[in-house]
Design a binder for this molecule. Structure first.
Ligand code: 5RP
Length: 219
């Protein structure tokens, strides 16, 4: 199976976690695109979706799925999103698609985070994938120095601004052995909008696409 087929398989599998008639939280990325396509194909009646990016909003609308403002929704049953890395406890690195802030906001509304990923995303320790951090521009150099003190090399992602109009730092060289502690620490740094460690908002379930089928990991 190609990576694209694995993504399609987990996208289809995630539809089973969506309650007909509900509002579903929708993440961002190539795997989520497969989920959106599968939702539309299943013709499931939905009250709508809360989207984590302009990109997903456009795709949802094009397929006839209503998109609701997050501010009008108090609680979601499930949030379905991909990951750049996921460890054995459901902790993730996210933000490869620069949507991390809205992803964390929508994940925070949800009872359950359903992560959909192909098996290349599964890791023992987070950190091989460069950690995305959305920052306020005037703090970028200051935040980069703080990462250097932790052994990380932060570089601005060229030509990218988030849907919120901010730049992204990608931090290489970190080995994130205690994701909740590192997330809490970085959250204290002035100028950090969102760090791409999803520990507090970890996955509850991961649908992992493997050569032998979709594995369900429950954390
Ligand atoms: C976007 C994300 C994505 O979930 C992550 O980058 C995975 O994307 P893909 O499914 O394309 O591999 O965090 O900000």
């Amino acid at each position: 199976m190609t990576q694209d087929e694995l993504k399609a398989a987990v996208g289809r599998a995630a539809v089973a976690y969506v309650t007909p008639g509900s509002v579903v939280g929708v993440g961002t990325g190539s795997t989520v695109n497969k989920f959106i396509d599968a939702l539309a194909e299943a013709r499931m009646p939905l009250a709508g979706a809360v989207s984590s990016s302009e990109q997903s909003t456009q795709r949802l609308k094009a397929l006839g799925i209503a998109v609701l403002e997050a501010s009008t929704v108090e609680r979601l049953g499930v949030y379905v999103d991909g990951a750049d890395e996921i460890d054995g406890r459901g902790f993730m690195i996210k933000g490869g698609g620069a949507a991390l802030t809205r992803e964390k906001i929508v994940a925070d509304l949800a009872e359950r985070f359903i992560c959909i990923a192909d098996e290349s995303k599964q890791v023992g320790v987070l950190g091989s994938f460069p950690l995305p951090v959305e920052v306020i521009p005037m703090a970028a150099a200051q935040v980069a120095r703080r990462f250097a003190a932790l052994g990380g090399q932060a570089t601005l992602r060229p030509g990218v601004l988030t849907d919120n109009g901010h730049p992204i730092l990608d931090v290489r060289g970190l080995r994130i052995v205690d994701p909740p502690a590192m997330e809490s620490e970085i959250n204290q740094w002035p100028g950090v909008v969102t760090v791409g460690i999803f520990a507090r908002h970890r996955a509850h379930t991961c649908l992992l696409g493997t050569a032998t089928g979709v594995r369900t990991l429950v954390f």
